[in-house]
Design a protein around this ligand. Structure first.
Ligand code: UDP
Ligand code: MG
Length: 146
């Protein structure tokens, strides 16, 4: 996804099926705005197993891949593109460590994650992956609105 659609840095996030099911979507979206992100695109959808495998293809050799992709296809997710200065690093800081047991106080995963697998939210780990993941979920037409 071209940086030209944005005036600041952007990242890609998902609210995962555990947090959507548990009714934490509103609190997480509120936190996104409180952290100074602009929500540039937003959608709710349910991934198929194949789509979840495509999104997490980088982890296909890992022992948790089957469980992870079953979980990601187990219910609806909310996907969004977030714009802000330093968006990628700031969102990773706000969500906290992968395992909620290791996540810092008041991070989203500390507040809402159930386990290392069912950990409430996703965040891109680099600008390059933010572009790839945004393009997986959104078209240019969904990003041009100001
Ligand atoms: N995951 C898991 N077990 C692990 C490591 C990761 O189930 O030991 C899941 C978890 O949902 C995590 C996702 O796989 O969010 C992707 O893993 P990654 O290491 O990229 O963590 P993240 O970037 O999401 O913090
Ligand atoms: Mg990751």
């Amino acid at each position: 996804m071209q940086q030209g659609y944005f005036s600041k840095e952007y990242t890609f996030m998902m609210i995962k099926p555990d947090a959507v099911k548990a009714g934490h979507s509103g609190a997480i979206l509120k936190r996104i705005e409180e952290e100074g992100f602009q929500i540039r695109a937003l959608k709710r959808l349910r991934l198929t197993k194949e789509q979840a495998m495509g999104f997490y293809a980088v982890h296909s050799a890992r022992p948790f891949f089957g469980e992870l992709t079953d979980f990601m296809a187990s219910g609806p997710v909310i996907a969004a593109v977030l714009e802000r200065d330093n968006a990628v690093a700031h969102w990773r800081e706000v969500i906290g460590a992968t395992d909620p047991a290791e996540a810092a106080p008041n991070t989203i995963r500390k507040l809402f994650a159930k386990s290392k697998g069912e950990n409430a939210v996703h965040g891109s780990d680099s600008k390059e992956n933010a572009a790839i993941e945004t393009a997986f979920f959104f078209s240019g037409l969904e990003l041009v609105g100001q």
